[in-house]
Structures are given as structure tokens and as C-alpha cells.
Design a protein around this ligand. Structure first.
Ligand SMILES: Cc1cc2nc3c(=O)[nH]c(=O)nc-3n(C[C@H](O)[C@H](O)[C@H](O)COP(=O)(O)O)c2cc1C
Length: 495
């Protein structure tokens, strides 16, 4: 059987998927905290930092290390095109390519899955297909790909564009991009293509590989795929995007969707919507996992956690936090006064909607003004998402509430310090979640299970080819070239 992505036979309670959310940079979401004693992200360019972290997560039963990525600096604040505010805090600058980490981390671990973000907007599909297949080989199928369309003007400019491709067109391109990849991954090599027969001296049969001859609106790729089929062929597909175009893309292609948590009620709407879109595309609604991002500050008890939060805030870097905010929202806060109450910033509905979401998650903030300082404090140890601070019982209660009321499958746990936040989660929270039957025991997953086996398990929807392969209700599975069958004919992409 696959493992703990859903109900288990031994427990009546649904168990949580828990991933560690990280980035290959000194300052992921907590600007200035790179300098905290429990933080080692200043060693992010040393492989031993990453292997230590991967082993820590693997030894303690985490499902995955989920690695964010961007392709340009956050340069909106005090902008335009001003990258200086991110420099002191290392706020998502510099950022190294996450994909190169995976083979080394897979070799150092047994079960941990590696979810790597890669954008479909700036790299041709043929090239990314090759990179992902290569890494899926060396990770023995423990690779997940977080498909993003990117959101920074700085990335567009550095890839030769004057500005970003318009939002919905990025998703239209992304749909065609995935069509190309399915053709390359699933349809250019027959299932039994590689024989490597030393007796006959034949590596691949002449009729077992075909060109894909893709000619669409955005891409022209004759193929075939340049890498032999990897254990999952199509790596397990994560997606993160919250707009209607984003949800439509995720509901069609995504196998796990990463959403920013707001309130359990809003989360329920989002997860219901994602499952409804999946169903519209002919997929089983339970066959798509919804994972919410959350920041935890966990201590030995509530007081210890509150003390940690206060201490973390002393390391906050205001310029870095505002630079991250500028990149995430496109809003340059330098144009506003320090004591402006942003609840009343009716010139900017984007800030107002963020603030009303934040207020809803923090008790006692309903009647307080949201000044620039309050926003900075919120962002510094919580990013844009929800933050839960407390001892084991309080945090576990809250996670269970979000899990149940939000109708989700698990959490991406963001850090304030790395590895400090994960060490606290391991010391204080995981034993409590296990006591409640909400988190898998160490060693309960099959060693070496692929990403798709870990997240989807082995159930009635599993591919008859292998639980590591796209399930039959996934749109990519119709491109598969089965053994004993003629090559599939591909319609060219139509918009
Ligand atoms: C929780 C979450 C995590 C994301 N992580 C990344 C990331 O690591 N890199 C990236 O380029 N975009 C990331 N995105 C951005 C999305 O891929 C997408 O480009 C952006 O949200 C705009 O699309 P949308 O309007 O559909 O949300 C993330 C979005 C969400 C909601």
C-alpha cells in the first residue's frame, strides 16, 4: 500500500501530509532572521546544510521538502527596479537553482519527497522536460514538480521581455506547455521501449520511439523526448495559484495544490472549488490533494512560544519585509505614510483585502489600526499567510481545526528560522500530532516510494501500469504509449 496521504486502516482519523517549505536563499519569508542563532540559511550554498536538513526531515517522518523558487529580485519597493532593499536581509536574494539539490538529497535520505518549483514561463518545454526527467531518474522517482507561471516583472525583464506576459495568457501558455510535456514524457517512448539487450546488441527497438511533432500556438517541438522514461515519467505535479485561471489550471493538471491559508472557511471554499474543477475535467475529486501553507511558532508551552515570537521580531528587517511585500503584491509601500491606517486605504483594494484576511486570523486585531509597522511585524514572522503560535496542544488544536473545517489534506510548514523552526516542530508538535493519530509514525512509509505513491497511495484509481504513474483519470495519462499498441496520435493544441 501507499502511505499516509489519506485514511489509514489502523486509524479512524485522517492523517495529515506535512511538508517543510523552504527556499534556496538566505531569507525565505522572514526578512532579517537569517542572522538568528537558530538559523543556518547563510550556509545555503553548502550541500551539507541541505543534506543535514533533508536527513532531519526524513528521520522524523516529514512527507516532503517543498522548495519555492523565483527568477528575479523583489524590486518593487522604493522602485521601480530597485533591488537594494533586499540586500541586507537576503530577502529571497540571492537565490540558487533548487533542482540541482535533489539528486544529492535523495541519495542522503530514504523516504523524503522533493517538491521543486520551476516556472513554465521562461524556459522552453523541451529543456525543462529534460531537466526534470534527469532528476526523476537520479531521485528514483522521489521528485515532485511545483508548476508555476511566475509573477515578477524583474523575472520578465531578465528573460528578455519588457514586461510580464498578461496573467491569463501565462496560464493559456501553461496549458499548452503541459500538453507538450505529456507528449514527450508519456507518448514518445513506448512502455517497453528500452530493451538494452546485450545478446542482440539492441538498446531500443526501431519502432519504439516516435516524434511528437507538436505545433501549437506557443510551442513547436518535434521531439522525441531526449531522456529515457524516468520512474514516474510525468513527475508528481504540484501547483500553486489562486486566481480563477490558476484554479482552472490546477484543477486540470495538479495532483496536489498548494494554497495560501486565510481562514478555515475560505480554505473550505478554495478546496471545494479545486475539487469541483477537477471533477469538471473528469477527475475524481478525492484524487487531488490540497495543502495549505502555514507558519508555526511552536514552543514547549504557550508562554515559551510567545517568548520566541517576541525574540524573533527583534531580528526583523523592515526594508526586507516591505520589499517582499512589494514583490508579492506589486504594491510599493514607500509611497505611503508611516502612520496611515491601511484598513482605510480605499485607493488600494489589494491591501484592504489582505488586511481583512489577516485580521480574521488574529484574535483581537479587529479594531486596531493596520499601520506600516503592524504590517511589517505581521510579515516578518509570518509572510503573507496564517501564523499559529503556541505550545503543542494549542498548535495541534488549531491545525486540526484548519484541517477539518478547511477540507484539506495537509500543510506546507513555513519556517521563521531554518533548521530552528523544524527542530521545534519535531520536538514539540509531532509527538502531539502522533498521539492524536494525525501524523504518520517514522518508518511507516515504504522505503523508496515515489512521490506519486507517497501522495496518492495505492488505491482504486491507481494506474494499472504502476502506482508511480499518472492515474487513468488524469488528462496526461491519455498520451501514454502502451506496449503492444500502435503509437498514440496527438491532436495539436488548440486554444
Ligand atoms: C501558496 C503559493 C505558493 C507559490 N509559490 C510560488 C513559487 O515558489 N514561485 C513562483 O514563481 N510562484 C509561486 N506562486 C505563484 C503562482 O504560481 C502564480 O504565479 C501566482 O500565484 C499568480 O497566479 P494566480 O493569480 O493564479 O495566483 C505561489 C502561489 C501560491 C498561492
Amino acid at each position: 500500500m501507499g502511505d499516509a496521504s489519506g485514511d489509514t486502516a489502523t486509524s479512524a482519523k485522517k492523517q495529515m501530509i506535512l511538508n517543510a517549505f523552504v527556499m534556496n536563499t538566505p531569507g525565505h519569508q522572514a526578512a532579517g532572521l537569517w542572522n538568528h542563532p537558530s538559523n543556518r540559511t547563510d550556509e545555503y550554498n553548502s550541500l551539507s546544510f541541505w543534506t543535514d536538513l533533508a536527513k532531519l526531515l526524513d528521520d522524523n517522518g516529514f512527507h516532503a521538502m517543498f522548495i519555492a523558487d523565483t527568477l528575479g529580485a523583489y524590486d518593487v519597493y522604493r522602485g521601480p527596479a530597485n533591488f537594494v532593499p533586499v540586500l541586507a536581509s537576503g530577502a529571497q536574494f540571492p537565490v540558487s537553482d533548487p533542482l540541482y539539490l535533489v539528486p544529492a538529497l535523495a541519495a542522503a535520505t530514504k523516504n523524503l519527497i522533493f517538491g521543486v518549483t520551476a516556472s513554465v514561463t521562461y524556459e522552453p518545454p523541451y529543456a525543462l522536460a529534460r531537466r526534470l526527467s534527469t532528476v526523476d531518474h537520479y531521485a528514483n522517482g522521489r521528485l515532485a514538480w511545483n508548476v508555476v507561471t511566475s509573477y515578477l516583472d524583474s523575472a520578465a525583464r531578465n528573460h528578455g521581455l519588457d514586461e510580464q506576459i498578461p496573467h491569463d495568457e501565462r496560464y493559456a501558455r501553461a496549458h499548452e506547455y503541459l500538453e507538450v510535456l505529456y507528449k514527450l514524457w508519456e507518448g514518445s517512448f513506448r512502455e517497453d521501449a528500452i530493451v538494452a539487450d546485450r545478446k542482440t546488441g539492441r538498446y531500443i527497438d526501431d519502432d519504439a520511439v516516435q516524434a511528437i511533432n507538436h505545433e501549437g500556438k506557443y510551442f513547436r517541438v518535434p521531439g522525441p523526448h531526449f531522456v529515457a522514461p524516468s520512474p514516474q515519467r510525468t513527475p508528481f505535479l504540484f501547483q500553486a495559484g489562486t486566481s480563477s485561471a490558476g484554479n482552472d489550471f490546477g484543477g486540470k493538471h495538479g495532483e496536489a495544490i498548494f494554497v495560501g491559508a486565510q481562514t478555515p472557511e475560505l480554505l473550505r471554499k478554495t478546496s471545494d472549488n479545486i475539487r469541483a474543477v477537477a471533477q469538471k475535467h473528469g477527475r475524481h475529486p478525492d484524487h487531488i490533494k490540497v495543502i495549505a501553507g502555514v507558519h508555526l511558532i511552536v514552543g514547549a508551552d504557550d508562554e515559551d512560544a510567545a517568548r520566541k515570537e517576541v525574540e524573533f521580531k527583534t531580528y526583523a528587517n523592515t526594508e526586507g519585509a516591505l520589499a517582499l511585500f512589494g514583490g508579492w503584491t506589486g504594491v510599493d509601500m514607500s509611497t505611503y505614510d508611516d502612520d496611515q491606517d491601511f484598513r482605510l486605504a480605499d485607493d488600494n483594494p489589494r491591501i484592504q483585502s489582505l488586511i481583512s484576511r489577516w485580521s480574521a486570523t488574529i484574535p483581537g486585531t479587529d479594531n486596531k489600526p493596520w499601520t506600516k509597522r503592524a504590517i511589517v511585524e505581521f510579515l516578518t514572522v509570518g509572510g503573507l499567510g496564517v501564523k499559529i503560535v503556541g505550545g503543542p496542544a494549542k498548535v495541534a488544536d488549531e491545525l486540526e481545526r484548519w484541517f477539518e473545517e478547511g477540507g484539506i489534506d495537509g500543510f506546507n510548514l513555513a519556517h521563521v528560522t531554518n533548521p530552528g523552526s523544524f527542530e521545534d516542530i519535531i520536538a514539540y508538535l509531532l509527538p502531539e500530532l502522533r498521539r492524536r493519530g494525525r501524523f504518520r509514525e517514522v518508518g511507516s512509509g515504504r522505503e523508496g516510494a515515489t512521490a506519486r505513491e507517497v501522495f496518492l497511495g495505492d488505491n482504486e484509481f491507481t494506474s494499472p501500469l504502476s502506482p508511480s504513474r499518472l492515474p487513468p483519470d488524469h488528462p496526461g495519462s491519455k498520451y501514454t504509449w502502451h506496449a503492444g499498441q500502435p503509437p498514440p496520435k496527438f491532436d495539436n493544441f488548440k486554444t
